[in-house]
Write a protein that binds this ligand. Structure first.
Ligand code: 13P
Ligand code: ZN
Length: 266
């Protein structure tokens, strides 16, 4: 049974954590995971697709792949109790089309941010064979930082790295920051996917974050670490008496932990 698959169980667990952390108010945020065919193929065997949708984006290179994705308007708080209504699985076809093959019961459909999710998966797969997960969420302090910090990716990354030791170790690739744009369309998806060629995280000013990774725990942990740094940044704003971790110390940290900081930052 698909409902018992480990990926669906894990998405339910992660959605609950996102909600409990206050990152996903109401229907805020969405999750998508490229699912291994072997995990659910037996359950799908012989079942006809539920319906075909036009994703509106170029999905070449994804044809045949399965994507588990949250539904539009679905409250994160309810995902663990209503997985068949809140989640669905699509199979990519040619020319931007996809078949819904499971879920979205009672009239649901994929998140309005599906274009960004699809283009983000394509971008990351092009640079990382292990890539599987995209999580979009609305963490409070990351958003607050986009109201109190210049919106350039370099200084934003450095400010986050300076707050806590863990940051450079967890995201040496930094973050990219996208100034406010209308969401839920192909244009913001194209811009985000472009930025995701160089790092795993893109922050949408005054909106939230898109993080990517090879599994749900790692991707959740990436948001957690960025949000923790942003919280420290916000808590100390206006009364900081040190700059935090200096460039020299960041270099020392990178050497000790064997990570390569995004170039031109240190
Ligand atoms: P959906 O309910 O369509 O997933 O949208 C939530 C959201 O966070 C939009 O950016
Ligand atoms: Zn959002």
């Amino acid at each position: 049974m698909i409902i018992e698959s480990k990926t669906i169980k894990k998405v339910c667990e992660i959605a609950k954590c996102c909600y409990d952390f206050g990152w996903d108010e109401r229907n805020g945020g969405n999750i998508s995971v490229l699912v291994d065919e072997s995990e659910i193929q037996a359950s799908l065997a012989g079942a006809p697709p539920i319906c075909r949708i036009n994703t509106g984006v170029d999905n070449s290179n994804l044809e045949g792949k399965l994507l588990l994705v949250t539904g539009t308007g679905k409250y994160f708080r309810n995902i663990p109790n209503e997985p068949k209504e809140s989640l669905g699985i699509i199979r990519f076809c040619k020319n931007g089309f996809a078949d819904i093959v499971w879920g979205f019961e009672n009239g649901g459909k994929p998140t309005s941010e599906l274009p960004t999710h699809i283009l983000a998966h394509k971008s990351r797969l092009a640079v990382d064979d292990n890539h599987k997960v995209v999580i979009h969420s609305h963490p409070t302090n990351v958003i607050a930082m986009t109201l109190t910090h210049p919106l350039d990716s370099k200084s934003f990354t450095l400010s986050l790295w300076r707050m806590i030791t863990e940051s450079l170790i967890v995201f040496p690739d930094g973050v990219s920051v996208l100034d406010w744009m209308l969401c839920g369309n192909v244009e913001i998806g194209i811009k985000s996917a472009e930025l995701l060629k160089e790092c795993r995280s893109v922050i949408w000013a005054h909106h939230g974050i898109f993080c990517t990774g090879s599994n749900l725990d790692e991707t959740f942990g990436l948001i957690e670490t960025i949000e923790k740094s942003a919280e420290l940044y916000m808590k100390t704003l206006g009364h900081r008496i040190t700059e935090g971790i200096s460039d020299d110390r960041l270099r020392e940290l990178a050497t000790a932990f064997g990570v390569t900081p995004k170039k031109d930052l240190l």
